[in-house]
Design a protein. Structure first.
Length: 225
């Protein structure tokens, strides 16, 4: 067992593992060690200051928690090009929503112009979690000052039968309704999304405290029966 694996098992929490197994049905329970997120983040910050490359180059990992650690270390990288390189190597091995959604590199916000080029590539992928990651980054960095109406079209054009892709599309459009309501509402009025994603978007928007009561009442009238 590698020294990093030893550190991971030293952080194991059996009760937390049992909880995680229920949340991540796409993972084999035997591959979940059970480590709380704050402990993984702390370990990732330590490794990011040391020899992180040997661990990041060691793919595929056996354990879910190794993938989580991998995502957190990538999120700590200071060099944008290196970060993108490691993300593109790692994304084909991401097999669950938790690892996908935990990966959020801090360096991205300094390279918005270059990042959008990568996002457009990710959302054209055939891999479920690569698409989900791309949508997530578009939601995180391009719904405020960097927003463009074209980005709504990019996401609405994604057609998938994958639950974890469609859930992220719904999350994106619900957030877009909260932040860019006037630009986004036509996509709901004109039923640009498939029925399930359309209704899930409305559900998530109605649950948001950032949507006004008037907007929520109107969104309820737009549900697909």
């Amino acid at each position: 067992m590698s020294s990093i694996n030893e550190e991971l098992f030293n952080l194991q929490d059996i009760k937390y593992r049992d909880f995680q197994i229920k949340l991540i049905p796409t993972r084999d329970p035997d591959t979940i060690i059970g480590i709380r997120t704050p402990d993984l983040r702390k370990l990732s910050k330590k490794i990011a200051k040391e020899d992180y490359k040997s661990f990041l180059d060691e793919l595929p990992h056996k354990y879910f928690d190794e993938n989580q650690l991998h995502a957190f270390i990538i999120s700590e990288l200071k060099d944008y090009d290196e970060c993108i390189n490691y993300i593109n190597k790692f994304l084909p091995y991401v097999d669950n929503w938790a690892t996908c959604d935990q990966m959020s590199p801090k360096i991205f916000k300094k390279h918005i112009d270059k990042l959008i080029v990568q996002i457009k590539k990710w959302i054209k992928s055939k891999e479920t979690y690569t698409i989900r990651f791309g949508i997530g980054m578009l939601m995180q960095y391009y719904l405020d000052d960097e927003f463009k109406k074209d980005y709504l079209e990019l996401v609405s054009n994604i057609k998938s039968n994958e639950y974890y892709v469609n859930m992220m599309i719904a999350w994106y459009f619900a957030t877009a309704l909260a932040k860019q309501y006037d630009a986004t509402i036509p996509y709901i009025e004109n039923h640009k999304l498939d029925k399930w994603t359309h209704n899930k978007t409305i559900q998530k928007a109605i649950e948001s405290y950032r949507i006004t009561n008037e907007q929520k009442d109107y969104l309820r009238t737009l549900r697909n029966k």
